[in-house]
Design a protein around this ligand. Structure first.
Ligand SMILES: Cc1ncc(C[n+]2csc(CCOP(=O)(O)OP(=O)(O)O)c2C)c(N)n1
Length: 360
């Protein structure tokens, strides 16, 4: 993958320190290296399923890094960067992807349908749109409890065609809920391209219909994502209201690894490969002497080693053992019902309480 020299990415560091910029580089490269390992494991037949977010990492990483740690995030199936930036332990994350008993869903799922209260991450709802309404619920609780917090909800371009997208944005607008609705517009909802899905020029234009502020940003520009989310999170904490942000990016791999990208015109993949968020940001920190080649190489080496060890650790974990009682307990909340003995003397029902029979 090479960067086309005629497409420079304009990074604006504002008043961010070198330390912050290095932190962001590390946060960005980590999910990319995990993804590379997952793709290698897939080729080796050691994992069977993977939703890739390669090429979209700047959105998940930049947005998560911009929030306070106690603010809730509702990520989707391509948002590995949310989990890594929130520092979810890698062995546990890999145990989840490997369907191990120690995973978040105890082996019931091998992908992203899980959350972690400790990390303020709400598990993805597979129906996509409904998680926007739940983000409203969290934001409403914050407003009612006078907590100055923003909630971040991810959404794909495909999910914007679901009814619940419209309902959630409308309610958030009417109730002035502090939710950042972040659309990752990666051009495809599975195999459906944007032009077969909506007629508006930009998804951000939908904000006008709900009366909420909306804007479009470059989702591959890490600093633009970070700055935009940081700015709005600050604003929403002080003056609760929703905002709709359309982050432009591209899905560089299949919807899921098994489905491939045959329906995507190759020139689009080439054009977007030249806008790779990781390569561009890496080039930026090097060219501006924020990091040296040695620092970059050492960072990658450090993470590769961490990933290698975490994979070994996760693969060695025991597989789940089927246990009906445990399954039922995990799915149904247990409520103790104290046994009641029936009364010993039957009480006749007083006639007055019976409805009079209709007259013939
Ligand atoms: C109601 C519903 N329909 C279909 C699916 C299957 N499905 C899961 S993700 C997805 C594509 C969603 O596209 P988009 O929202 O653009 O997100 P992307 O995959 O591009 O990141 C589909 C069709 C689903 N989970 N729920």
């Amino acid at each position: 993958m090479k960067i086309a020299p005629n497409l420079p990415m304009a990074f604006n560091r504002r008043d961010y320190s070198d330390e912050q910029l290095v932190y962001l580089y590390r946060a960005l490269i980590f999910p990319r290296l995990i993804e590379e390992k997952m793709l290698a494991l897939l080729r080796q037949g050691r994992i069977s399923k993977w939703f890739s977010g390669i090429g979209q990492e700047a959105i998940a990483v930049g947005a998560t890094a911009a929030l306070a740690p106690d603010e809730y995030i509702f990520p989707l199936h391509r948002n590995l960067g949310v989990f890594t930036t929130r520092k979810v332990p890698l062995p546990k994350l890999l145990a989840q992807f490997q369907g191990k008993a120690a995973g978040f869903t105890k082996g019931r799922d091998r992908s992203f349908h899980f959350g972690s209260q400790a990390h303020r991450i709400v598990g993805m709802i597979s129906h996509l749109g409904p998680q926007l309404s739940l983000a409203n619920g969290v934001a409403l609780a914050d407003v009612l409890q006078h907590q100055p917090r923003a909630t971040l909800a991810f959404c794909g371009d495909g999910a914007t065609s679901e009814g619940e997208f419209h309902e959630a944005l409308n309610v958030a607008a009417v109730w002035q809920l502090p939710v950042i609705f972040l659309i990752e517009n990666n051009s495809y909802g599975l195999s459906t391209p944007n032009y077969e899905q909506f007629r508006c020029e930009r998804l951000a234009d939908k904000g006008i219909g709900y009366g909420i502020e909306a804007l479009r940003i470059d989702g591959n520009n890490l600093l633009e994502v970070f700055h935009t989310i940081r700015h709005y999170a600050n604003e929403l904490r002080l003056a609760p209201r929703p905002v709709l942000i359309e982050a432009m990016t591209f899905r560089m791999r299949g919807h899921e690894e098994a489905s491939g990208t045959k329906y995507v015109p190759p020139h689009l993949l080439d054009e977007w490969a030249a806008r790779d968020p990781v390569l561009h940001y890496e080039q930026y920190v090097l060219q501006h002497h924020i990091m040296t080649e040695k620092m970059v190489a050492e960072t990658k080496e450090f993470y590769r080693e961490e990933i290698k060890q975490a994979v070994a650790e996760a693969f060695a974990l025991p597989d789940p053992v089927a246990n009906t009682e445990a399954e039922v307990q995990d799915v149904l909340f247990s409520i103790p019902f104290p046994p009641l003995s029936p009364p010993t003397i039957a009480k006749p029902i007083p006639c007055a309480t019976l409805m009079p029979l209709p007259k013939a």
